[in-house]
Design a binder for this molecule. Sequence first.
Ligand code: PLP
Length: 387
Amino acid sequence: MRKPKLLMTPGPTPLPPEVITAMSQQIIHHRTKEFAEIFSRVNENLKKVFQTKNNVLTFAASGTGAMEASAVNFFSEGDTVLVVSVGVFGDRFINICKTFGLNVIEKKYPHGEAANIDEIIDILENDKSNIKGVFITHNETSTGVTNPIEKLARYLKDKDKILIVDAVSSLGAIDLKTDEWGVDVVVTGSQKALMSPPGLAFVSVSDKAWEFYKTSKLRKFYWDFKKYQDNLLKESQDTPFTPAVTLIRAVDVGLKLLLDYGLENNFKRHTRLAKLTQLAVDKLNLELLPKKEYSSAVITAIKAPEGIDIEKVRKIMNQKYDIMVAGGQANLKGKIIRIGHMGYVDEFDLLKTIQCFELSLLECGYKNFEVGEPTKAILQEIAKEVV
Ligand code: PLP
């Protein structure tokens, strides 16, 4: 008998039972009062999670769709944008912007490092090419790095440029004060910290960004933000095209669970899961890919031990113990392993993961640790709460 796989990956993440139940209902029509009620509640709750007063637009798409939409809605061919990349998802923004003919200034950092915000501000201060927008990833899932974006957002607040942030793997789990910091466009997806299935993408748009929308000449139809905004401004809120009704029902429940638990509590919970994972990594005598100060609260990237086939470790965890963790992407393939601790997972899921990580490492020949010590480090930390 096998249990369902435990997804300790950086998305999709496991679903709470209430969310699964919400998806087993008969379809309702989307031009009805019943749907409008659900959809406006979703919008109100999304605003709370995005920490914004602005409407949050909902798309039937994965996160990448919304990333693309955030380029085509605010710029015109030939516009100059600065794209900051610390990994695979920053590079994706570069590719998207180039695809649409934007003039891209790339500011890349080695994988495992966080963006140096002072350096970025320096580029903007000395800019002669009229940079209109800055793109940056909040949490770079491929390297387990969280960029300190607050300072950049506050710097850009009164400038004639907009800040577009990919918060696909962070929103709801890592603090992002959209309005207070002044982030113009925030993009996220349903399948990570929002404890919902894949398939929906969400975008918040500031007043400043709407001004940029007015002059944008890039072609758009399905992705045209105004169509979605207009439908949210109606009394009976809906979407311009047929929405993914079942997924919206699921997100409705996921958001309610998240907000009942409390946004601040959820940030703390994820930070704690990261801390527990880091304790285990220390006891395994392994190294994090990023410096601890930038290591993500939702995913821990660990360097593969010398001479050990880390992909084999991952395979054993998956096939023998039914625990899925992630490997490295692009140039980090085979060099790191990434343990996700995002969304509907708790410290006991993490304990089990670390136990099986220990066993799988041993099976692959890595013996440079005291068996049971990594797990014990986590348990002892949890025990502090009960004694
Ligand atoms: N941005 C980040 C930071 C991500 O982690 C991901 C997915 O893992 C994406 C963008 C792309 O999202 P999707 O796979 O939903 O298109």
